[in-house]
Structures are given as structure tokens and as C-alpha cells.
Design a protein around this ligand. Structure first.
Ligand SMILES: NC(=O)c1ccc[n+]([C@@H]2O[C@H](COP(=O)([O-])OP(=O)(O)OC[C@H]3O[C@@H](n4cnc5c(N)ncnc54)[C@H](OP(=O)(O)O)[C@@H]3O)[C@@H](O)[C@H]2O)c1
Length: 332
């Protein structure tokens, strides 16, 4: 079968569209004929070797974190899915393999695909949608809570705004004039234009912050969070809790991450808030919850662009430019 193989860590030349063996499946797995795959910054971070210590994979391996498709085989222990079902899923990090004609995925992290949108588009829901749902749940987004979401116009942000709206929170987001109309349309109550407004000058204090940007943006978030609140980032530095809770890692990684995140912990202490770097977790029931919202017309998957499989390098370069509005998708 054809697949995008990562042959080494570095630039785009380290990925190759080539022929590899079909994956085999275990007792709890599904074999899926892939219809669509979602691209994520995690894919180019993986290619660059930035998450090597988390993935601990031997090269070469097939890239791709999320997919949609049709079940063509199911392991003997699988109960909830059958051959012919249309499914979506965030593939486990120990396996990946979504950028391929066929992929194996654990049935427990898979959901039946939404019926109301094309199957190829539904591939963009699992990773960004679960990230947003898990982060906003930890931040207790809901009625009476005002949440700041930095970077509202991208793959995660467009879903996070809508999920925060469904949960009943008041939402402020950051966006450029290129994304402002989109984030307002999705339900943002207030928009800060990050190209003209320095977050350091913002007076509002938020009950919780969901940071998608890291760097200078994350540094500014601690001051913006009310004492007692949480700054939850998915783009800063993982800490010991991330290693233990999200990755189930041992003490060496916990210690490494603890050292890497100490500057953020100190900023958090200074402002009386909690610092949390979250690494999202694959989750079948959580994904089913998102699918129900999609089919009820409450949650829209915003598609930035759709690309044929052969144009993988072009699609990845576009995402890597950092200006996608919604999800960048591959069609198999
Ligand atoms: N830890 C986890 O589990 C996890 C999970 C998912 C994603 N992530 C991380 O989360 C980050 C966001 O992911 P994504 O998929 O949403 O990325 P994305 O789709 O590539 O985000 C692109 C969007 O970010 C906006 N943007 C760029 N710089 C900005 C700034 N300074 N302030 C506000 N908006 C800005 C761009 O808007 P303009 O073009 O208008 O500038 C663009 O619309 C990535 O670093 C990704 O690796 C982590």
C-alpha cells in the first residue's frame, strides 16, 4: 500500500510517499481503509524530531495522527464495530500511520463517523476536537466562566471556540484580521487582534486560559489569569505532571520535563495560578460526544483546504506556514 514514510529527522525531504506493507491488527484493533487524514502541527514536529523523546519510535515509520475510513477487518475482541462501518479516530502515539491507504487503530479510541459531513472531512475532528474538549473540561469551561483562547482561528481554535460556546462559557480569543470574521462567526464574544494589541496591555482577567500558541503569548497569559485559575497550554513546555498523567512516563522523563518547565512554574507562582501543559489523549467515548454535536448541527468542522494524497508535501508546507484557518485535510 502507499504511505507517507518518515525516513529520518529533519526537513520535508525526510518524508517519502512510497510503498509499504499493510499493517497487521491485534485482537482489539480495526483495519481501516483510509478515506481522509487530518494534518496537525504534531506531524511536522514529529518529522523534525521535536517529540522523539515522547514517541520513542524506531525509524522509518508511517506518519499520520488521525483518520477517517471504512473498517475492512476487525480483531476477535472487537464488539462495537464491524466490517463496513465508517469510523474516525486519533491513532495511538505508539502506532501512528494515518497517512496511508490502510491503517490499524485500537477500537477503543475509534468512533462511528458523523453522518452529516463527508467522511473524508470527518478525519479532521479527532485530534483537534479531543484536544479542545479535554482542555476546556479541565478548565471547567461553563456558565459564568470567562475563558481566553489564544490562537482561535487554527485547527484546534476553531473547534475550541465552538465547544466552549456549547459548554456555556464566555469566550475571548486572539486572532489577526485574517481570522476575525471566522472566530466571531464561530461564537467568540470578544476578539483581541494580536497583530495590533499587546496582550500585556489587556485589562480583563480570565477564569481560565487555554493557550494554543506558546512563546511570548504564553508568557503574557499568566498575568491575564485570575489568581486561583489555570493557564493550560498545549504549545508550551510539558512538565512532570504531563509526563505522569498524560503520557504514563517514568521518573526520568518526569524529571526532564520538570526541569524544562521550571520557568513557567515560577511565572505561575508569581501570579498565584496553576500551570498545566496538556498532551491530548485518544478517547473513543469523547470522540462520540463530538460526533453527536456535529450531527446535531452544534459543532462545525472548519476546513481550511483539502489536498489529494499525492500533494502531501504541499499540504504539509501549507500547514507549516502557520496560517491555516481550520483544518488542512488529505483525501486518499
Ligand atoms: N499538546 C497537545 O496535545 C496538542 C494537540 C493539538 C495541537 N497542539 C499544538 O497546538 C498548536 C496549535 O495547533 P493548531 O492545529 O491549531 O495549529 P494551526 O492550525 O497551524 O494554527 C494556525 C492558526 O494560528 C493563528 N496564529 C498564528 N500566530 C498567532 C498568534 N501569535 N496569536 C494568535 N493566533 C495566531 C493563525 O492565524 P493568522 O494566520 O491569522 O495569523 C492560524 O489561523 C500547535 O503548536 C500544535 O502543535 C498540541
Amino acid at each position: 500500500m502507499r504511505a507517507v514514510l518518515l525516513t529520518g529527522y529533519g526537513g520535508p525531504e525526510k518524508t517519502r510517499l512510497t510503498s509499504v506493507d499493510k499493517p497487521s491488527i491485534g485482537a482489539g484493533d480495526l483495519l481501516v481503509r483510509v478515506t481522509g487524514a487530518g494534518l496537525n502541527p504534531l506531524d511536522y514536529k514529529t518529522r523534525k524530531g521535536e517529540v522523539r523523546v515522547i514517541l520513542r519510535r524506531r525509524l522509518p515509520f508511517v506518519l499520520g495522527n488521525e483518520l477517517s475510513g471504512e473498517v475492512v477487518d476487525a480483531g476477535q475482541d472487537v464488539r462495537d464495530f464491524a466490517v463496513g462501518d465508517r469510523v474516525i479516530g486519533r491513532v495511538e502515539k505508539s502506532r501512528l500511520g494515518g497517512f496511508a491507504e490502510y491503517a490499524a487503530i485500537d477500537a477503543s479510541v475509534t468512533a462511528h463517523a458523523p453522518a452529516s459531513i463527508p467522511l473524508a472531512d470527518a478525519a479532521g475532528l479527532p485530534l483537534a476536537g479531543l484536544t479542545a474538549l479535554q482542555a476546556l473540561s479541565e478548565l471547567q469551561a461553563g456558565p459564568g466562566r470567562h475563558i481566553l483562547i489564544t490562537g482561535g482561528a487554527g485547527g484546534v481554535g476553531t473547534l475550541a471556540i465552538q465547544i466552549a460556546r456549547i459548554l456555556g462559557a464566555e469566550i475571548t480569543t486572539t486572532a489577526s484580521p485574517r481570522g476575525e470574521a471566522l472566530v466571531r462567526d464561530l461564537g467568540a464574544d470578544h476578539v483581541i487582534d494580536y497583530t495590533t494589541t499587546d496582550l500585556a496591555s489587556v485589562e480583563t482577567r480570565f477564569d481560565g486560559v487555554f493557550d494554543l500558541m506558546g512563546g511570548k503569548t504564553l508568557n503574557a497569559c499568566f498575568r491575564l489569569c485570575k489568581p486561583g485559575g489555570t493557564v493550560l497550554t498545549i504549545a508550551g513546555m510539558p512538565d512532570a505532571y504531563t509526563a505522569r498523567h498524560d503520557l504514563g512516563a517514568g521518573w526520568i522523563l518526569q524529571l526532564l520535563f520538570d526541569l524544562a518547565a521550571r520557568r513557567y512554574r515560577q511565572l505561575a507562582r508569581e501570579h498565584g495560578v496553576t500551570y498545566r501543559y496538556m498532551f491530548m489523549r485518544p478517547d473513543g467515548p469523547g470522540l462520540t460526544r463530538l460526533v453527536k454535536w456535529v450531527d446535531a448541527g452544534k459543532l462545525r468542522l472548519i476546513v481550511d483546504s483539502r489536498h489529494p494524497f499525492d500533494d502531501f508535501p504541499k499540504a504539509m508546507a501549507h500547514l507549516e506556514s502557520g496560517h491555516a484557518k481550520g483544518k488542512v485535510l488529505l483525501r486518499m
